[in-house]
Design a protein around this ligand. Structure first.
Ligand code: ATP
Length: 454
């Protein structure tokens, strides 16, 4: 019966979306089962599963209902990969929960599943993330506990979760017996609340205190949640006392998380706090090239013209998730049109993403924020004055303009009272140098960057 229904649904999808979409995406799918309101579909590749989930997931769920079969979600199988890709309210957006996951955790701990694609091998290293990567590697290699806790922080979609998963895979690879527990702070709270509800806090405590490595993602989530913070604090201390490794991540440095108790902030700073900086052009291009190679294996017929990846790296935001979404879209587009994806086609296909990226930070905004921050006058910022009280903020603003906008060096120079591009190069170098030796500069820079990117 299920096969008949699937045949009917496929026919309807063919009528609604046309022959090309049908042949490329719908026809390769086989219905495996429809138990417990979950329809399991077999897809030849994870890419096809992803694409169908995002683009046709809602419609397929509705068509099942039209055939009198209540389905709440779709699950796609691709060989050994078993993943949930579409809830009946799924939107066509790549989200973390849509990442295919395979649980290789044999410890029986109730953590979140690890994404098999997030390993050190697939993590592209560049200047903005090299320290975080090196620290993550060191922790994953084990040996005497060196950085405990390791605290990774940075803006949205810069690779914190990827690095945490990579550490977990590496530790499990090196020591399959290690009890590694990875979960989000939200899951930590949820489990704690459940334990309270079922009066089972003893098992909760025992379970968390029995792990060798505890990894908690998005720690900022527990800010302002007093009982959870309290429990987290005790778990943290118990594990540190036993010399067990703790790895945490958050969207900002511990000291900047409002609503986080001071005692926790100070504990978090015991170990090593490393920042993943917004990506620069080189890192974006490296990530695109690496991900394009992976996509090319899944889509051997798609050809991306020279210069397209460079264009995307220039124009698309510093958030890697957005970058990845843009690339997947280009490959999907290429496989639909069956021709080489040219620069013009890419511009058209990514128009909304490019518009959103362009809206980002402007040089004027940077100048305004920096003058406010240092309490100097705009006229001084743009004047020829060379006094350090003015020159340093000016260099800072130039540095930020270079890093956060796609403006060229001469353009930036012009915006700062008609200066030459070599002055901008000098400013960028100076701030690069200072940020590693002068804590105040590093902090100011971080604060300004966050304000501008907020
Ligand atoms: N350096 C990198 N190399 C390869 N892929 C990367 C890199 N950085 C990020 N990614 C990819 O970008 C996506 C977003 O990364 P991730 O989920 O780790 O970000 P995050 O910092 O945890 O973001 P959030 O703050 O939203 O939790 C993932 O698919 C990840 O694999």
């Amino acid at each position: 019966m299920g096969t008949d229904i699937w045949g009917k649904i496929q026919t309807k999808l063919n009528q609604e979306f046309g022959q090309d979409a049908y042949t490329n995406w719908i026809k390769p799918l086989t219905l495996v089962s429809t138990d417990a309101r979950v329809a399991v579909l077999q897809a030849p590749t994870a890419f096809i599963g992803n694409w169908v989930a995002r683009n046709y997931g809602d419609r397929i769920v509705a068509l099942f209902a039209g055939e009198g079969l209540a389905v709440d979600r779709l699950e796609f199988k691709t060989g050994a990969i078993n993943r949930t890709v579409a809830e009946n309210n799924a939107t066509p957006v790549v989200t973390k929960t849509q990442i295919p996951s395979i649980s290789r955790n044999k410890t029986g701990l109730p953590g979140a599943k690890l994404d098999s694609r997030c390993t050190f091998e697939t993590f592209v290293v560049g200047k903005p993330n090299e320290l975080a990567h090196a620290a993550a590697r060191r922790v994953a290699e084990g040996g005497p506990v060196s950085f405990n806790p390791l605290f990774l922080y940075g803006g949205v979609g810069l690779g914190k979760t990827h690095l945490m998963h990579a550490i977990a895979w590496e530790i499990q690879e090196r020591n399959p017996e290690a009890k590694v527990l990875y979960l989000s702070a939200e899951q930590f709270m949820y489990k704690f609340v459940q334990a309270l509800r079922f009066k089972d806090t003893i098992s909760f405590k025992e379970m968390f205190r029995s792990v060798d490595v505890l990894m908690v993602d998005d720690v900022q989530f527990i800010a302002g949640k007093d009982s959870t913070q309290d429990e987290f604090f005790h778990t943290f201390n118990a594990l540190i006392d036993q010399n067990k490794q703790i790895i945490l991540s958050a969207d900002r440095a511990p000291g900047e998380i409002e609503g986080l108790e001071e005692r926790i902030k100070s504990r978090l700073q015991w170990g090593l706090c490393v920042d993943l900086h917004p990506t620069d052009y080189e890192l974006r291009l490296g990530i695109l090239q690496s991900k394009a190679e992976q996509q090319a294996v899944l889509n051997p017929n798609v050809e991306i013209a020279d210069g397209v990846l460079e264009f995307v790296a220039h124009r698309v935001s510093s958030n890697v998730r957005v970058l990845e979404g843009a690339l997947i879209r280009l490959f999907a587009f290429g496989s639909l049109v069956g021709r080489q994806v040219t620069l013009d086609m890419a511009t058209e296909c990514l128009a909304d993403i490019l518009r959103a990226s362009d809206k980002k930070v402007t040089v004027d905004e940077i100048i305004r924020k920096v003058t406010d921050h240092y309490n100097i006058r705009m006229t001084d910022m743009l004047s020829p004055r060379r006094a350090r009280s003015v020159a340093r903020p000016r260099q800072m603003a130039m540095y930020l303009a270079k890093k956060l906008t796609s403006k060229s060096l001469p353009e930036i120079g012009r915006r700062f009272g008609g200066r030459d591009h070599t002055t901008v190069i000098h400013a960028v170098k100076k701030i690069e140098e200072l940020r590693s030796v002068d804590n105040q500069i590093a902090e100011d820079l971080e604060l300004l960057r966050r304000m501008l990117e907020a």
